[in-house]
Write a protein that binds this ligand. Structure first.
Ligand code: NAD
Ligand code: UDP
Length: 333
């Protein structure tokens, strides 16, 4: 009888919000998972439930330093993602994106692993094309306060595209649009975690600017499903897709096309937390804040046979449930 060994996956940024959901899914799918993180914005709390699993191991490591090991699949998520966090140490943010992807691409090259990199809708900057399609090159301020993240992620895409063209690395990229859910850091400053925590603590709901700017919000499980389908695709199919669409590298938008103003989001949050005594207040809009954002997901639909299935109200309710439990167990820390 032939024994089949579990497939091996490396997840960078594994203790973060999305990394923890991906690890859970990979363990459910039978993988042996190595979770790498420097715990800058992530927390062991997000992965402590997996530590007893013999197919899970945690490595405290900074992705800006080389890392070696034999894996079938590498998922590169390591990078602070909320504007508050990535602007806290902008030089480290750019290094995490640029040096991080180089180290992972070198690992993929030497070990012939398949690599899925998490890019972002931020590569479109403050977009002049709406909804955003993958062929749009973006409108990014190279020297603004968001550039450490946006340009780091843009350079990471370039490196991934060139390692594929020059060295044949089997790389795939998702451009993730605002994604939310349980395990977000309650103080990471992103709009959904802020609004829910504020509403649960009867604090003012802080709308930046007049709240007319829009975002499209994707629930975490929908994204993880897209990532797993993408990783499973045979390389020939991915190459043919790139040729068909004249794409320099395999990159698809992953997001929920439902578009909401930030004011609508605040109102919906309060509807779902009816006991809250919070009031909506206005605060100054941060520099370079994109005015409109909504993904065109036609390419992801075609390539992955995927589209998000969790509507905002349902995803918000699940996320509120998580933060409620968090607040009652641990206070607001
Ligand atoms: P997160 O901050 O919760 O997770 C990022 C993880 O990376 C954290 O655990 C952090 O400790 C780790 N990390 C940061 N720098 C590191 C380094 N140098 N070495 C090792 N680990 C490091 O953020 P998230 O929302 O889970 O985002 C995960 C990835 O998805 C990021 O690359 C982000 O850019 C991308 N993304 C997320 C969204 C979203 O809306 N959540 C949108 C677009 C792109
Ligand atoms: N935002 C807000 N109040 C907050 C946090 C964010 O009005 O307490 C706004 C922010 O200015 C932006 C949108 O919500 O227009 C999304 O912000 P987030 O930081 O979640 O992600 P971004 O898409 O800007 O990276």
């Amino acid at each position: 009888m032939e024994l089949s060994l579990p497939r091996k996956a490396l997840v960078t940024g594994a203790a973060g919000f999305l990394g923890s959901h991906l690890c859970r899914r990979l363990l459910e799918d039978g993988y042996e998972v190595t979770a790498l993180d420097n715990l800058f914005t992530g927390t062991k709390r997000n992965i402590e439930g997996f530590l007893a699993n013999p197919r899970f191991s945690f490595v405290l490591h900074d992705v800006t330093q080389p890392y070696w090991g034999q894996f079938d699949e590498i998922y590169n998520l390591a990078c602070p993602a909320s504007p508050v966090h990535y602007q806290h140490n902008p030089v480290e943010t750019t290094k995490s994106s640029v040096l991080g992807i180089m180290n992972m691409l070198d690992l993929a090259l030497k070990t012939k692993a398949r690599l899925l990199h998490t890019s972002t809708s931020e590569i479109y900057g403050d977009p002049l094309v709406h909804p955003q399609v993958e062929s749009y090159w973006g409108n990014v301020n190279t020297i603004g306060v968001r550039s450490c993240y946006d340009e780091g992620k843009r350079c990471a895409e370039t490196l991934a595209a060139d390692y594929r063209r020059e060295y044949g690395v089997d790389v795939r990229m998702v451009r993730i649009f605002n994604t939310y859910g349980p395990n977000m850091h309650p103080k990471d400053g992103r709009v959904i975690s802020n609004f829910i925590m504020q509403a649960l603590r009867d604090e003012d709901i802080t709308i930046f600017g007049d709240g007319s700017q829009t975002r499209s919000f994707q629930y975490c499980d929908d994204l993880v499903e897209a990532m797993r389908r993408y990783m499973e695709l045979p390389r020939a199919e991915v190459d043919a897709f790139c040729a068909r669409h004249a794409l320099g590298a395999p990159v698809v938008n992953t997001g929920n096309p439902g578009e909401y103003t930030i004011r609508q989001l605040a109102e919906e949050t309060l509807r779902l937390i009816p006991e809250s005594k919070s009031k909506i207040v206005s605060r100054p809009i941060p520099a370079d804040d994109p005015k409109r954002r909504k993904p065109d997901i036609s390419l992801a639909k075609e390539l992955l046979g995927w589209e998000p299935v969790i509507p905002l109200r349902e995803g918000l309710a699940k996320t509120i449930g998580y933060f409620r439990a968090f607040v009652s167990e641990r206070g607001s820390k």
